[in-house]
Design a protein around this ligand. Structure first.
Ligand code: PLP
Length: 359
């Protein structure tokens, strides 16, 4: 059976080994005679899946015991609201670095909940560059600084996080978590919808520093209070059991490859193939992101006319490449090359780009 060359922005491909393992266990998970979907979330086998997924993520991202790991629902979009609901303090502001549409949305939600403002924005240059936050001291009285570590739509990524920050750093890592090693200790909270690098949609990972849990107020609805999920091992209400199980399989796969360091090397190799073709094309392909802000995960580029773009996308589709249309706000093309996208598929795309250009 032929697998698609899947360059979707998310949900996207899962590692083939993960799908095969799930298939093998589909009717009879670990001798239970049940699919994971059919089990009680209070059962021992499910509790083990939940614990193993947490332990694997802790190992892969080197997360210390100062942090809780939560598996929630509602996507990253619910975190746009839960972050300010739980972390905004009386008389203080939530600060946002605007680097694309997702950070704009995060700020918009925060403003509905309390006092929030942007401290820096890349909007004027159409989000081609990750802007510098020049005056960190001006943030001293904030409750937190929110960044979007990878901008899925524009194809930009933070390569260095703000240093010497006196307030907690909050990051939406939906489209680049586990694409490289990170120092979790420099963050107060990290969140990520799973459907790009971690598994299927339906589960959202939140990594939160334990001392920040003290900020949540009793007036919050229980389900929106991080403390509820932390004190119930993410089993307060019925979790997305199948999604957590697949997340566990993806983490096992990532571990078997050598973890975040190994994944970063492969990701650099994949991204380099496409950026090399763009840079060597003499302006036939134009990268959207400035070089120092380029994403390892989403490679965005345009061609010089609508006719050429349409021809490129039509031919690509014919050859089995899926999901190469750019987001409507940027146009052109986007190749999303998350962890699970095989190197050979990216090589095939780079080869096609070269052939198309040469012709
Ligand atoms: N943040 C980023 C960086 C994203 O790429 C996305 C979705 O593509 C979201 C947030 C929204 O995620 P969800 O659909 O899980 O709410």
């Amino acid at each position: 059976m032929k697998r698609a060359f899947n360059f979707n922005a998310g949900p996207t491909a899962l590692p083939e080994d993960v799908l095969k393992k799930a298939e093998k266990e589909w009717l009879n998970y670990n001798g239970t005679g049940m699919n994971v979907m059919e089990m009680s979330h209070r059962s021992k086998p499910y509790e083990e899946i939940n614990n193993q997924a947490q332990a694997l993520l802790r190992k892969l991202l080197n997360i210390s015991n100062d942090y809780e790991i939560l598996f929630l629902q509602g996507g990253a979009s619910l975190q746009f609201a839960m972050v300010p609901m739980n972390l905004l303090e009386e008389g203080k502001k939530g600060y946002y670095a605007l680097t694309g549409s997702w950070s704009e949305k995060a700020l918009k939600e925060a403003k509905k909940i309390g006092d929030a403002e942007s401290v820096v924005s890349g909007k004027d240059n159409n989000y081609t560059t990750i802007p510098d936050i020049k005056d960190l001291s001006s943030l001293e009285n904030g409750s937190y600084l929110h960044i979007t570590s990878n901008n899925t739509i524009y194809g930009t990524q933070w390569h260095e996080t703000p240093k010497n920050l006196s307030i907690p750093l909050v990051a939406d890592m939906s489209s680049d978590i586990l694409c490289r090693p990170i120092d979790v200790n420099s963050y107060g909270l990290i969140y990520a919808g799973a459907q790009k690098n971690l598994g299927p949609s339906g589960v959202t990972v939140v990594i939160i520093k334990k001392d920040l849990l003290e900020r949540s107020k009793d007036s919050l609805p229980s389900i929106l209070d991080y403390r509820t999920h932390a004190s119930n091992q993410s089993l307060y209400n019925t979790p997305p059991t199948l999604a957590v199980y697949l997340l566990k399989l993806v983490l096992e796969w990532a571990d078997s490859l050598g973890g975040a360091e190994a994944l970063e090397k492969i990701n650099q190799q994949k991204a380099e193939l496409l950026y090399h073709e763009i840079d060597g094309s003499n302006g036939f392909y134009n990268g959207h992101a400035n070089k120092n802000s380029r994403s390892l995960m989403n490679v965005t580029f345009t061609l010089n006319s609508k006719e050429l773009t349409d021809a490129f996308l039509a031919e690509a589709k014919e050859l089995g490449f899926i999901g190469l249309n750019g987001h409507r706000s940027v146009g052109g093309c986007r190749a999303s090359i998350y962890n699970a996208i095989p190197l050979e598929h990216v090589e095939k795309l780079a080869q096609f780009m070269k052939e198309f250009r040469t012709r």
